[in-house]
Write a protein that binds this ligand. Structure first.
Ligand SMILES: Nc1ncnc2c1ncn2[C@@H]1O[C@H](COP(=O)(O)OP(=O)(O)OP(=O)(O)O)[C@@H](O)[C@H]1O
Length: 246
């Protein structure tokens, strides 16, 4: 078994780790390797970026770490425990409890208001009866997190009525409402202009610093990647370099 790459500080606790991850996709008769023996470890409260050219396997790695997909070989571990081989329902539950996801194109539900969009992860977690009992509490949690994202004045708006930056802040609010331990962000600035993109990165940095939220962010943009504490550079499915940001 290959060794996990060193973390930012020796004392940091390994929170989430990948050991010798291999992943390939089928294209017709062919098997196309995408990740080849990737090892990485992420300490609690760390802000890590995964950078690399298009097709280098960044999103695939993020999906494996967040239990959205399974590796062909290797392991994903949370607090030292293997989690990639758990039964599907356990994986689903764990994913819902541990991870918050933010995507390039927001993935907000267009027919719902922001408040309703943000409540959705809580709805998925409980039975209809529990949801009905807790609905006022859930609503106030959603209001609180939307307020924190500067969207208090937009709670009854639908996504189509918002700017790109506002939609991404709403998507972050939705990712945060379940109090995740790890936020996984796939090209969170990819659909935004430079200034709005920077505002989103500032927001993520603040969440990381103030709330000690672990953040793993995929980007193809070096200037964005350097704003994390540590950079994993992928090339053709392998870790080419592991860098401390300046
Ligand atoms: N579900 C899939 N089925 C088949 N091939 C896939 C699938 N997902 C990704 N791939 C292929 O795997 C390779 C790596 O994809 P991945 O999305 O992980 O790269 P990436 O570095 O995130 O690229 P980008 O920056 O363009 O999003 C690409 O060649 C892609 O076409």
């Amino acid at each position: 078994m290959s060794e996990i790459l060193p973390m930012r500080t020796e004392t940091a606790q390994v929170h989430l780790g990948a050991i010798a991850l291999d992943k390939a996709y089928r294209k017709g008769q062919h098997r196309v390797p995408v990740l080849r023996g990737v090892d990485v470890s992420i300490g609690r409260g760390e802000f890590l970026s995964i950078v690399g050219q298009s097709g280098s396997g960044k999103s695939t790695l993020l999906h494996l770490l967040g239990l959205l997909d399974t590796p062909d070989m290797g392991e994903v571990r949370l607090e030292g425990q293997r989690i990639d081989d758990l039964p599907q329902t356990t994986r689903d539950e764990l994913r819902n409890r541990i991870f918050g996801f933010v995507f390039q194109f927001y993935h907000l539900l267009p027919e719902l208001t922001l408040l309703e969009n943000v409540i959705t992860p809580l709805l998925i977690r409980c039975s209809p009866l529990e949801y009905w009992r807790q609905r006022k509490n859930f609503r106030s949690q959603a209001m609180e997190v939307l307020e924190k994202m500067g969207l208090a004045h937009r709670i009854h708006h639908r996504p189509s009525e918002l700017s790109g930056g506002e939609m991404q802040r709403a998507a972050i609010a939705r990712a945060l409402i379940g109090k995740p331990e790890v936020l996984l962000a796939d090209e969170p600035t990819g659909n935004l202009d430079a200034r709005t993109g920077q505002e989103i990165i500032d927001l993520l940095s603040e969440l990381n610093e103030r709330e000690k939220l672990t953040i793993i962010m995929v980007t193809h943009d070096d200037s964005i990647a350097r704003q994390a504490e540590r950079i994993v550079r992928l090339s053709e499915g392998r870790i080419q370099a592991l860098e401390e940001a300046a």
